[in-house]
Design a protein around this ligand. Structure first.
Ligand SMILES: [Zn+2]
Length: 383
């Protein structure tokens, strides 16, 4: 028996888990993508990933020098924590507004739950009880399964991050303290592994962002993170950059970043309100483009929002955009509709999407109208 297996057996005697390990099924799809060497380590029991029944929302990696084995434990409390965050987020989205059970919470509800959790941690120092119960956040069935998917991808990102540490320990044969750079590398390698695994890329990106944004909110409440991990906001910025590098095509990037950007903005916005900054979260080119693209997809696929509602939404963003940001924003939205990208994507909805986009431009206030219209005329009109 490897030292890792030995330690796991001990931990499980002390902290029994539910009958089925909720972590193992998440690992399986990542193994082929992670490479042969890694697959062999898992198959031979040198790398073990498992759930243990602890309440604190953490994951821990143990390296055993004696027989070069590694154990990643995920506490049940972390699984429940991510479940609750994902459920609260889907409860606050407008996507399911037209279903029979309308969501009643809003983004303050998500932040409120994180605040409750933080207060519970402070009340009993060191115990770090998992104070949010995901089952107490009711959702319509469709939203419930989306939330389960988001929570699973969030957890998978944390697993992929920890496995990044295992990998560098295997490669360098070193188990010394980690540097900040190694933490950033583990995040980038983690999210790239999820994207390369290729199942549910949009949810994988969203899950990674939600995991780090939840940590950022907790940190702004005063939570202190142990170990070498850099501030969550720095990790979040680096994560977005890493995904941009991994998915250089603007349309591909847009199509996988819509959920990530919108949940990120929602949580940022809610937290800014909690801190008393009423002007809200920063309006960035990425966020506006993701919102526009996401709404266009929804409009085409489900007829909701209508082109009029979509136009109003875009107009609101344009009104809030500082004038010096308009040319960059116009370049980014125009790039979404380049004919070359259409040809490559051969997505049947794209001509209609472009038509709706063209319809929005005459309604923009000056100087936005001239800036957007000129770029569109130069780059998008079919010859
Ligand atoms: Zn780490």
């Amino acid at each position: 028996m490897s030292r890792a297996a030995d330690r796991l057996a001990k931990l499980r005697r002390e902290f029994p888990v539910p009958p089925s390990d909720r972590v193992a099924p998440l690992l399986a799809p990542m193994i082929p993508t992670a490479g042969d060497e890694f697959a062999q380590l898992v198959a031979s029991g040198k790398v073990i990933v498992a759930e243990i029944g602890k309440a604190a929302p953490n994951a821990t990696t143990f390296h055993f020098q004696e027989d070069a084995s590694h154990l990643v434990t995920v506490n049940s409390g972390l699984i429940e924590f991510l479940d609750a965050v994902a459920r609260a987020l889907f409860r606050a989205t407008t996507v399911y507004k037209e279903t029979t059970v309308p969501p009643e919470g809003d983004i303050d509800d998500v932040i409120g739950r994180l605040a409750d959790l933080f207060c519970a941690w402070q009340a009993v120092p060191g115990s770090e009880e998992s104070a949010i119960d995901p089952t107490r956040i009711p959702l319509p069935p469709q939203a419930g399964s989306s939330a389960a998917l988001l929570a699973a991808e969030s957890l998978r990102f944390i697993l992929a991050h920890e496995l990044g540490h295992v990998r560098s320990a295997v490669l360098t044969k070193s188990t010394t303290a980690l540097s900040r750079d190694q933490e950033f590398e583990a995040d980038a390698a983690g999210v790239n592994l999820l994207l390369a695994t290729g199942i549910q890329q949009r949810m994988a990106f969203a899950g990674s962002v939600v995991a780090l944004r939840a940590l950022a909110v907790l940190q702004s409440m005063g939570h202190v993170f142990a170990g070498t991990h850099p501030p969550p906001l720095d990790r979040l910025g680096a994560l977005f950059k890493a995904v941009r590098g991994f998915v250089p095509d603007p349309l591909d990037y847009c199509s996988i970043s819509t959920i990530a950007s919108s949940f990120d903005e929602m949580m940022d916005q809610g937290n800014m309100r909690r801190l008393g900054h009423m002007e809200g979260a920063a309006l960035t080119v990425d966020r506006i483009v993701a919102r526009l693209y996401g709404a266009l997809i929804e409009c085409l696929n489900r007829g909701f929002p209508s082109p009029e509602a979509l136009g109003q939404m875009f107009l609101n963003d344009i009104h809030r955009t500082p004038p010096d940001m308009l040319p960059v924003l116009a370049a980014a939205t125009t790039r979404l509709f380049y004919p070359t990208i259409h040809a490559r994507m051969s997505y049947p909805g794209l001509p209609r999407m472009r038509e709706i986009y063209f319809g929005l431009l005459p309604g923009l206030p000056e100087p936005a109208r001239t800036i957007f219209q000129t770029l569109a005329d130069n780059n998008l009109k079919e010859k």
